[in-house]
Design a protein around this ligand. Sequence first.
Ligand SMILES: NC(=O)c1ccc[n+]([C@@H]2O[C@H](COP(=O)([O-])OP(=O)(O)OC[C@H]3O[C@@H](n4cnc5c(N)ncnc54)[C@H](O)[C@@H]3O)[C@@H](O)[C@H]2O)c1
Ligand SMILES: CC(C)=CCC/C(C)=C/C=C/C(C)=C/C=C/C(C)=C/C=C/C=C(C)/C=C/C=C(C)/C=C/C=C(\C)CCC=C(C)C
Length: 614
Amino acid sequence: MVQAHVTQCSACAGRAHFELRQHANRFASTSGRCREALCAPSRHQDRRLLHGRHRGMPALRAVAETLVQEALPSASAAAPPRAPTDFEYDAVIVGSGIGGLTTATQMAAKGAKVVVLEKYVIPGGSAGHYHREGYTFDVGSSMMFGMGQEGTTNLITRALAAVGKRLDTVPDPTQIHYHLPASSAHPQGLDVKVWRKYNDFVDELSERFPHERKGIEKFYGECWAVFNSLNSLELKSLEEPRYLLGEFAKHPIACLTLASYLPSNTGDVARKYIKDPELLSFIDIECYCWSTVLAEHTPMINAGMVFCDRHYGGINYPRGGVGRIAELLVEGLQERGSYIEYKANVKDIIVKGQGKEQKATGVRLADGRVFCGKAVISNATRWDTFEKLMAQEEMPASEALFRKRYKKSPSFLSIHIGVRAEALPAGTQCHHIIVEDWARMEEPFGTLFVSIPTLLDPSLSPDGTHIVHVFSPDWIDNWKTLSVAEYERKKEEIADSLVKRVEAYLPGLAEATVFREVGTPRTHRRFLSRDDGSYGPIPSRRPLGMLGMPFNRTSVQGLYCVGDSTFPGQGVNAVVFSGFGCAHRVLCDQGKQAVIPVLDQGYNALLAAVRDRS
Ligand SMILES: NC(=O)c1ccc[n+]([C@@H]2O[C@H](COP(=O)([O-])OP(=O)(O)OC[C@H]3O[C@@H](n4cnc5c(N)ncnc54)[C@H](O)[C@@H]3O)[C@@H](O)[C@H]2O)c1
Ligand SMILES: CC(C)=CCC/C(C)=C/C=C/C(C)=C/C=C/C(C)=C/C=C/C=C(C)/C=C/C=C(C)/C=C/C=C(\C)CCC=C(C)C
């Protein structure tokens, strides 16, 4: 029995998060598996025992087999053939997050042969989804930007189209329903909905702050100036001067506008127009809920993107779940003759040479296989890439500088809940932010995020039920040095307390719960292989807008980074942009796309000098 479990649980066994003996003991004692959300054949079996909600439990082996089938997505159900190791790929890509998959598909669409090596059993990383007892749970949140049909900033739509895919989406009438602290002006609490129609949102916010209508219009107006500029450009690598010159020639005003905003932060722009401290706190939560920092640390270009795309292309839910984006990208990749391999745990990036001559030539897996590539592209975080996948002495000086400028963002505590439908009052919106005390907003559990994706796509849960996903920023330090029993108890206690707070808006949520599983920063670290479970870099001090964020090239030749550790940072559409940029730069470096050599060398020498400046 233990053997059966270990085989089925190879995703986590691969991560070595339990001693085999410990694993076996727990399997024997609870007849369950690792008690973690995201572990494919995971804990609802424990839940069956803990809550006695499922009677007549069949033989354990049969349950285990069912769970494995339930948890695995269709994309990986038919295991793809192993990727060959006997030739040199155009790129070896570490990780199938949306950043890695965008790079892979952009390159494959241009005829390159790439292999994506994914440690887990499903694609998509933090934007994947998994199945349990008839529920399809999004790993991260369910709010997708970049899925509109027009302009150039509909990056997810474009990434799919590049490999001949299209995803049906459901428009969300609001981006967020905010439930914010009470004040003398708003004794019942500040309640604001960000409507899909821009004017409806501005009217609602101005009703709450009538004396600030002009300021509101001017602040969000400036965000539109940024967005309209972005939305007129073809979005590719900012490390490639031929492309940049072409865009400057076609859209000089848009490029100059963006160049002027590169060093600026949202808080400074907001303070130019808005004086009311409560409204400034509102702008802070508008930023914090996606950048995990306040407005004064949030780059204005990113704010322009987020605050306007929600009204332009709108927030659109991918029918079938967020993980469909990754699954379709994988299909497109394989149809173009490139490869993805799951349970492929990259242990080392192979680097030859010393100092400026360092060159990445491939990767080695935990099982000893070596994949050689003209380029190695890491979708792991920078901390994982340079501290775990490469020897410490190989870390370039520019990475030390990055570590001074940026620190890891918090991770999340995440509660995936299945509830009876009657728990949701009529008119409930899909996404909610709850803050009871502005002073505690940035503390662990100070801000609650709630997504109810089944309001948009009922097919994600069994008839008569909904999914309520409650999550809140939290740090791994809160979960260190706990025994297994303490860890389990703490998870349930904190989950109960967060659910209680959500009940202020969804009364009866706990009572209507029929399924629940809790993930912690440790879960994110384990299953997404993100150092400390972090969701990406945040500035450690006041940043110069986006100027400090690294692009895709690194100071090691042939080694590139993609994903939220690179410009423009966190967010699914942000990492798609980083994937477009990365693929473009790699294809140029491999002579598959045209460059102007002298210009390219000069410009990149300049960027490298800035990047390596200590
Ligand atoms: N808008 C939303 O609602 C939402 C939801 C989820 C995620 N996100 C965003 O997505 C961003 C992350 O995307 P991303 O593309 O940068 O990365 P990611 O973390 O999603 O994906 C990285 C992938 O690399 C794999 N990996 C890491 N190390 C590996 C190794 N050594 N060997 C093999 N595989 C390895 C991981 O298993 C994971 O699948 C986050 O910043 C977050 O903001 C947003
Ligand atoms: C010379 C040089 C260098 C330059 C020149 C000038 C120019 C041309 C410039 C340009 C620039 C550009 C292009 C830029 C770009 C940018 C971009 C694309 C950006 C993007 C961004 C995005 C983002 C940030 C996004 C984000 C999102 C997110 C994060 C989300 C999240 C969400 C969540 C968490 C959810 C919430 C929930 C609830 C409420 C429940």
